[in-house]
Design a protein. Structure first.
Length: 248
C-alpha cells in the first residue's frame, strides 16, 4: 500500500506494549460520514452528532469499561437532507436514501440519522454483505437515541455503538442461545436470551460464566452497557482485515 493510501484510510499499528506488558492493540481510524435526515425542525442537531462521535470513541476505546478495541472514529463530514418520507420511514426508503447519500469504500462508515419505531432503534449491514451490495452498506439509527436525546433509557449514544458493532461483524451476545457456536467469541459466556433493563447477576446457560449483561452487544439500557471484550475486539479486527481494510 502506498503512503498516500495509508494516510487516506488512516490505519496504523501502534508499536510496543501497553503498561500491563500486553501486545499493543492495532489502532484503526475509521472515516465517518454522518447523514442527518430531517422533517422540518425534527432531526438531529450537529452538536448531538459530535457528542455521538465522542460516545463512539469512548466506548470503542474502553473509556467506559471493558477492552480498548483499537477502533477510533474520525468525523469527515455531516450532510443534511430535508425529506419527510426518508425521515419517517428510513427502512422502506433505504435504497434511494443510501444510493444518494453514501460515500467512500468499505472502510468508510456511513451513519444515517432518521426516526424509527420504538421497537427498532437501529439496524446495520454486516461487513460480508458489502461485496454484493456496497451502496447499502452502513448504519441507521433513531436520532432520538443520541446523547441527550428524548428516548428515556436509550439516550447515551449506545444504540449507535451496538449497531456499529454489527457493522464491524459482531453478533448479539445471545446469538444461538446456549448452543455452540454462540456469538463466535470465546470470552463472552453463552446467554439464553436477551437481557433487558438493568439486570443484576444473570446466568441463563449451563456453560461456565455469568451472562454478559453489560456488553454493548446485549439489549440492556444505555446506562447499564459498558463494555466490549478482548475477544470481540479480535473478531472485529479479523472482519476488518478480511472485508473492510483497503485492498482486502
Amino acid at each position: 500500500m502506498s503512503a498516500d493510501l495509508r494516510r487516506r484510510f488512516a490505519s496504523r499499528v501502534e508499536a510496543g506494549r501497553d503498561r500491563h506488558g500486553r501486545k499493543a492493540v492495532e489502532t484503526v481510524i475509521v472515516p465517518l460520514w454522518v447523514h442527518v435526515i430531517k422533517d422540518g425542525a425534527l432531526g438531529a442537531p450537529d452538536a448531538a452528532v459530535r457528542q455521538q462521535v465522542a460516545a463512539l470513541n469512548a466506548a470503542y476505546g474502553g473509556k467506559v469499561g471493558g477492552a480498548d478495541t483499537g477502533f477510533r472514529f474520525e468525523l469527515k463530514g455531516i450532510t443534511h437532507t430535508a425529506n419527510s418520507e426518508w425521515f419517517r420511514d428510513p427502512v422502506a426508503n433505504e435504497e434511494p436514501m443510501k444510493r444518494k447519500l453514501r460515500t467512500g469504500g468499505p472502510e468508510t462508515l456511513n451513519l444515517y440519522l432518521a426516526q424509527l419505531s420504538q421497537l427498532v432503534l437501529g439496524y446495520a449491514t454486516y461487513p460480508y454483505w458489502y461485496k454484493d451490495e456496497p451502496q447499502l452498506d452502513g448504519v441507521v439509527i433513531d436520532w432520538r437515541s443520541m446523547p441527550g436525546g428524548p428516548l428515556v433509557n436509550f439516550n447515551r449514544g449506545f444504540t449507535a455503538v451496538h449497531e456499529i458493532g454489527h457493522w464491524f461483524g459482531l453478533v448479539h451476545t445471545f446469538e444461538n442461545g446456549c448452543e455452540a457456536p454462540g456469538d463466535f467469541v470465546d470470552d463472552t459466556p453463552p446467554e439464553a436470551s436477551p437481557s433487558s433493563g438493568c439486570p443484576g447477576r444473570r446466568d441463563s446457560c449451563p456453560a461456565p460464566g455469568d451472562d454478559p449483561v453489560r456488553n454493548f452487544m446485549d439489549y440492556g439500557y444505555d446506562r447499564c452497557m459498558s463494555e466490549f471484550t478482548a475477544g470481540q475486539a479480535a473478531r472485529m479486527h479479523e472482519m476488518w482485515d478480511t472485508y473492510r481494510r483497503s485492498g482486502a
